[in-house]
Design a protein around this ligand. Structure first.
Ligand SMILES: NC(=O)c1ccc[n+]([C@@H]2O[C@H](COP(=O)([O-])OP(=O)(O)OC[C@H]3O[C@@H](n4cnc5c(N)ncnc54)[C@H](OP(=O)(O)O)[C@@H]3O)[C@@H](O)[C@H]2O)c1
Length: 256
């Protein structure tokens, strides 16, 4: 798969990326079916299949349970991989806790560098709660990420937003945005347009509506051809689904 640069500061990434919520967390998720966490062997196989197809981006977060630590152990040392992680949310004793203070953000990035076994983290995003506009308005969280980027600990910074207003602020102030876009939810299109016009990076989350929309052909083929989109992050722990998704993307890009 031909790599694309994520905005002007971000790394070169594959048009489809691997979402890793299901690598490390089963509670408090919105998937249609329950599942068991993959074993280390199954995860190693999934990542090997992804790499064979040309995927080089995996998206994780401290809030995804053991996901960061497992990714670090399996691929942290492999320079093929670009890794995106987040700050601001943790998932403890079955519930989400949010802390966007500069102290918490510095500690979170320090912990992610350790878990991922990377001196420099490729991408760090604000992992936004419902009231993401307040976090953007306050500005301290973003200023701290910018400081860490300028210290050389992060390559590109952004925000995984929920509301259009916060997405527009992130598109202006960050290197990249992560937004939801799928056939059932087109509400973030204004953010897509603003980020594209500003030359910022765009990552798509929940492209299959977290598994509630599984017409993979329709959803993924459209998204990877959407101008400005850097990578479409599809969550899966099934190597067969992963191969199907990559085949759809490869065909859609070949047909362009
Ligand atoms: N706030 C945030 O920052 C945020 C929020 C949500 C998500 N994300 C990121 O975005 C990623 C993607 O979002 P998501 O995982 O919520 O949803 P998604 O990618 O829209 O859908 C994932 C679901 O679709 C299923 N699936 C994948 N490929 C399939 C196929 N070919 N056929 C049938 N089912 C298929 C998966 O099940 P199988 O495992 O069985 O394939 C999984 O249950 C996450 O993993 C995470 O990295 C970020």
């Amino acid at each position: 798969m031909e790599l694309r640069q994520l905005g002007t500061r971000g790394p070169w990434i594959s048009p489809i990326g691997l979402g890793s919520t299901k690598f490390g967390r089963r509670e408090g998720v919105k998937y249609p079916k329950s599942f068991t966490l993959p074993s280390d062997g199954q995860l190693a196989n999934l990542l090997a299949v992804a790499k064979e197809w040309g995927i080089n981006l995996v998206d994780t977060a401290p809030a995804y349970g053991s996901s960061e630590a497992r990714i670090g152990a399996l691929i942290g040392a492999d320079s093929h991989w670009r890794i995106a992680t987040k700050v601001g949310e943790t998932f403890v004793d079955g519930r989400s806790c949010f802390d966007f203070s500069p102290t918490a953000i510095r500690a979170s990035v320090e912990n992610s560098r350790r878990q991922l076994r990377r001196d420099v983290v490729d991408i760090v995003l604000l992992h936004m709660p419902d009231d993401d506009v307040s976090i953007m308005r306050d500005g301290a969280a973003l200023a701290t990420l910018l400081e860490l980027r300028d210290q050389g600990l992060i390559t590109a910074i952004g925000a995984s937003t929920k509301n259009v207003r916060a997405g527009l602020m992130a598109a202006e102030q960050c290197d990249l945005v992560m937004i939801t876009l799928n056939p059932a939810d087109q509400s973030q299109r204004p953010v897509l347009a603003a980020a594209r016009n500003a030359g910022k990076g765009i990552l798509i989350k929940k492209p299959l509506d977290s598994g509630h929309h599984i017409d993979v052909g329709v959803a993924l083929a459209g998204l990877v051809r959407e101008p400005g989109v850097g990578s479409v992050i599809v969550g899966t722990i099934d190597p067969g689904h992963l191969a199907d998704n990559c085949a759809v993307v490869r065909r859609a890009l070949a047909d362009e």
